[in-house]
Design a protein around this ligand. Structure first.
Ligand code: NI
Length: 137
């Protein structure tokens, strides 16, 4: 178990009241757990801003009937094979596919790949779920 530190924080009373109300609604067991999560989110944000190694999932929804779309998606992914950990393809219905591409690499490379995939004609929806390798947070 990691060593714990205590620290005092002064904030406006109404801010603390609103914070406590919201963390209560979200089921946080303690204020410490909620604040630790916020601190880690901030650290992950700084990892993305600093361009260090991160992990993420790129989610794509597309119609596989669109001409050349599947092969274009595969082609772009092969160009970035060094940062792609795995990908999963789900046939949502007769036309639509959902693909989850799990990546690990420098933040700017991950963002570049996500943008490349998103901008392929025929991709209906795309989002980048930014995460962390778990180190340094
Ligand atoms: Ni499919």
């Amino acid at each position: 178990m990691k060593k714990l530190s205590r620290f005092g924080v002064s904030v406006e009373s109404d801010l603390l009241e609103r914070f406590d109300l919201q963390i209560g609604r979200r089921g946080y067991p303690t204020r410490s757990k909620a604040i630790s999560d916020l601190m880690r989110s901030f650290l992950v944000e700084t990892q993305w801003a600093d361009g260090v190694e991160v992990a993420a999932a790129i989610i794509l929804v597309y119609d596989h009937h669109k001409h050349h779309l599947s092969s274009q998606l595969t082609h772009v992914q092969h160009d970035h094979h060094d940062i792609i950990v795995s990908s999963q393809h789900i046939h949502l219905d007769h036309d639509n596919c959902l693909e989850i591409v799990v990546v690990r690499g420098k933040a700017d490379e991950v963002e570049r790949l996500a943008q490349k995939l998103k901008s392929i004609k025929g991709v209906k929806y795309s989002s980048l779920a930014s995460a962390s390798t778990g180190r340094g947070i």
